[in-house]
Design a protein around this ligand. Sequence first.
Ligand code: MIG
Length: 796
Amino acid sequence: MDPRKWLLALRFVGWRTAGRAVRAAWERDQAERIPGPPQVLSWQPIDPLEHMVPLPDGARFTGPNAELEIRFLAPEVLRLSWTPGLLPLPYAIVRETLEETKVSWAPQPAGWMLESPAIRIEVNADGRLRFQTPAGRLWREEDPPERRGEAWRHRVRLRPEERLYGLGERAAPLNRRGRTYRMWNRDPGGSYGPNVDPLYLGVPLWISVHAEGVYLVFYENPYDAAFDLGASEPDAVQVTFAGGALRYYVFYGSLEGLLARYTELTGRPPLPPRWALGFHQSRWSYGSAEEVREVVRSFREHHLPLHALHLDIDYMDGYRVFTVDRQRFPDLAGLTRELEGQGIRTVVILDPGVKIDPGYSVYQEGMARGAFCRLPDGRVYRGLVWPGWCVFPDFTDPSVREWWGAHYQALLEMGVAGFWHDMNEPTTFAAWGEPTFPRTVRHEMEGRGGDHLEAHNLYGLLMNRAAWEALRRMQPDRRPFLLTRSGWAGIQRYAWNWTGDTESTWAALRQTIATVIGLGLSGIPYTGPDIGGFSGAPSAELFIRWFQAAAFMPFFRNHAAKGTPRREPWVFGEPALSILREFLELRVRLLPYLYTLAWEAAQTGAPLVRPLFWGNEDDASLGEIEDAFLLGPALLVAPVVEEGARARKVFLPSGEWYDFWEDRRLAGPGFIEAEAPLERIPVFVRAGSVLPMAEDGLTLHLYAPSAGEGEGTLYSDAGDGFGPYRVDRFRMEREEDWLWLRWIPEGDFPWPWETFTLRLHGFAVARAVIDGQESSIQGDRFRVRPFQEIRLEEKT
Ligand code: MIG
């Protein structure tokens, strides 16, 4: 660790903990000092495969020292498993198979061929695999896998134009090609900026876009791994896993289709409670009920909407998880009730470490039932976190998950609405080396046993699973809200994510955009940064620009480290306060749209925040854009990420766009220079969109296309629970001077609006016919009652 970081860390942890961190690092090194298997030095390709045994949905190939099983889970989804090596426990996946698939086999001169209606795969006896379309378009080519001891190395060829996305949370360019990434969840310590790797939440998948198509590969292997995406060899990926079987899934199709299939396999992100899409206020240091009341009062006085308030570790009694400090929070239940009365939900932080304290019930119970992770010699492993020396629940044990989950009950009874899971990489303080458990720590692994090398990347995922399953049991008619720092493939089933301890710099703001898009492309749609960065003192301008960007991201939270200058929205004075208020209000107005996108994500896995090339994968000019993003099908958001900038270049993808602020119609593709005074960031609406907004109750904004069709969707329900819902689709069609709007309703939830507003953009109405009735309408805005079809004639 470099000395600057040490000092920063010291500021947080203090001398006493720093001293213990030396001890902790030493203990970790001792625990890792056990003789491993003899070191094998060189990589060996597997010996040639000799036999093929057909399976109903694939085939098995065997050779003297390796076996390959290939199964089609759907016509365009393959699962490949190279053994030897431990097969993964199915923690990431929710389905064994997706769709019945007809597979045919044929021998070939150098091996075999397998084919579904969508994929032809050539298996060379030497282990080389070629993935093609049935018509023979080659879209992935693998070299024979190699082994070294327990490790696997996999080499995949890259085409010159190929771009690579994904890998979970990364402080890297959106196109991941040209670098090496580690798959080992880690707290970078203190704060991080661009290029720090790894971070808290890796997902071993990438999406490949090239001239022969788009594919996704997901390695279902949780071991420590290196993903070298064209760094050491420009035209190849090399993936190295420290252990386990080499199992991976390959999906072929469109970007949208890939994520739909991937989230069918690993689970869709469930619909969150509606309030979670609002604004969250947090700060590490809120230390008493009085202070919380004061913050909330100021939000009200400054007319700033607020949906959730987060309590960081200072609400606990000596950082003991599942306790509340009775002095400083004498009546947490009363406080949450008070806040809820003002429409504000309370979210509390929970860390996995349990303080070693013989007088503390969670520690006692856990010890009594053997809930904590052990070293190979049977001693309970101890590590250092906020409370001092801690022990750690083994979430790979189902009975421990249940025991841990039961503790959420008391907090639920106190009116806590959501839980924020921190330090679950897992992180422990250490003066040097890996800030986590020794790799030799034992894990239950559902009874089959395993070590931390295998369980490390699963720890956060399983902590969230424990909480999710408990909350679904204890509150069957509420949607859980979990926020996590760490996770793995499948984490989207349980929790939202935030991007951790970012530094307060312009570079970190710019990085946030690529990080959030990249998480979405890794199946994790609900994420966002600490506004202003976690660790520093953002200027008013940086804070405003960060806030404006985050207002369009799924998780919208103001949070900061202890010891930093305060940054509640009023702290910066005017004009900041008014600008922040305007974006907060805009966020609230966008909630019907965001909630609809959330529902769509739950149906299809499509992230809310998307890269500009979404739906346009062939257009290489969009593939590297990482300072702008799409929010659903309708919006393009171009944050300002440069100090002092009052304008910026924006690339508009092909098609027609409206300037959100000015209503001007613009034509893509191409760069435009967009104005960006401090009170605005460039935002554009795709022509043909029907954008539902919470204005005068409900307003549907119709962005008229100059020709052709468009559509918008509105999802509605009670905002929480699992009751009835409705989906209203509004189809627009342009026929010369006429614009048609057709309403296709669906679902049982009653339509909530007696009347609502239609607001036209780029279309001046001369005449309106509503369900066959001539209507006297002038101007660009009018109230309507439910209808089936509206025909509008343009004023010429
Ligand atoms: O080691 O709980 O990322 O959001 O405020 C720091 C205190 C522990 C790290 C989290 C941050 C949180 C802080 N935590």
